[in-house]
Write a protein that binds this ligand. Structure first.
Ligand SMILES: [Zn+2]
Ligand SMILES: [Zn+2]
Length: 311
């Protein structure tokens, strides 16, 4: 599958993904990596007239500029953080809506208690690291801590997301836009949040920074079951993961084989490999794509600028 343009004429009926950053760990500017792209994690999902953003790696910087490029106040930005490791929040302080007085951002992400996510993000703007505090950033912002197991909905016109604490009654496909969450401990030290966006019986799962166990984690396989698209961490080659000199086991990331295995077991329709190792240049990524397609034929390597339409 290659990047495609939307067939939907009506903006409200879109369910479109765009990758703004696909690297793991740190950004790279090595020209040999720029075919796939050098920015860290950021995926935009335009759905039901709203713009949802998954992670605030350096990819969010260009997205934020696009958000604020028109004459009108920008639309509300819904930023869902998988966790607050630096590669996933590195772009947040440069996200234009947070610097723009008329803009409104909602930031959601893992936090053990009310206010926990706000406290984590305050570290990012500590005076030793950044000259402006989180509270001084001019854009309006609301921050919500998630525990996992929530359903997030949007009323027809309301801006503020409604967060329900109860798990879904069943796995039936949803017609209305909703986001379900799953907290996994398969990433050191504090775990990671997985998100599934449902709309008009289609769904996409964002599952980065996950180190699968042999055979995959059953609760994760259940969460991603039947998704139309699974975006999954695939940072390492098996040789790197098992290397004698520098084994990556326990570092919190999957191999291509692990991602393909859970995609297969969960019966997802398509798999996008994501959170690429920054030392893997475009040549290596081509090899990985060929290898991955042999394991799970409907696989693509997520690259910067890639667009996928689910409707
Ligand atoms: Zn990461
Ligand atoms: Zn991480």
């Amino acid at each position: 599958m290659s990047a495609r343009t939307s067939r939907s004429a009506n903006k409200g009926s879109r369910f479109r993904l765009r990758f703004w950053g696909v690297r793991g760990s740190y950004p790279t500017v090595d020209p040999k990596t720029l075919g796939v792209g050098g920015n860290t994690s950021c995926v935009e999902v335009e759905v039901d007239g709203r713009r949802l953003i998954f992670d605030a790696g350096t990819g969010i910087i260009a997205l934020g500029k696009e958000f604020c490029s028109g004459a009108l106040p920008p639309p509300p930005a819904y930023v869902f953080l998988s966790h607050t490791h630096i590669d996933h929040v590195m772009g947040l302080c440069f996200f234009e809506p947070l610097l723009t007085p008329k803009a409104h951002s909602f930031i959601l992400g893992p936090g053990a208690s009310r206010g926990a996510l706000t406290r984590s993000l305050r570290h990012l703007t500590h005076s030793h690291l950044f000259p402006v505090s989180l509270d001084e950033l001019k854009g309006k912002k609301e921050i919500f801590s998630l525990a996992g197991g929530e359903i997030i909905r949007f009323g027809s016109s309301a801006r503020r997301p409604k967060i329900e604490r109860s798990p879904p009654a069943d796995g039936a496909p949803s017609e209305e836009l909703m986001i379900t969450t799953c907290k996994s401990s398969a990433h050191p030290l504090n775990g990671v949040m997985l998100y599934r966006v449902h709309y008009r019986s289609k769904s996409v799962v964002y599952a980065t920074d996950i180190e699968q166990q042999d055979g995959g984690y059953p609760e994760i396989i259940d969460f991603i079951r039947g998704a139309d698209l699974l975006i999954h961490d695939a940072q390492y080659l098996r040789d790197e993961y098992l290397s004698r000199d520098k084994p990556r086991k326990g570092w919190g990331h999957s191999t291509i084989e692990m991602a393909a295995e859970v995609a297969q077991k969960a019966g997802v329709k398509r798999l996008a490999l994501f959170h690429h190792e920054p030392t893997h240049d475009d040549k290596i990524m081509k090899k990985i794509e060929r290898q991955a397609k042999q394991l799970f034929p409907s696989t693509v390597i997520a690259h910067e600028g890639m667009q996928i339409d689910l409707l």
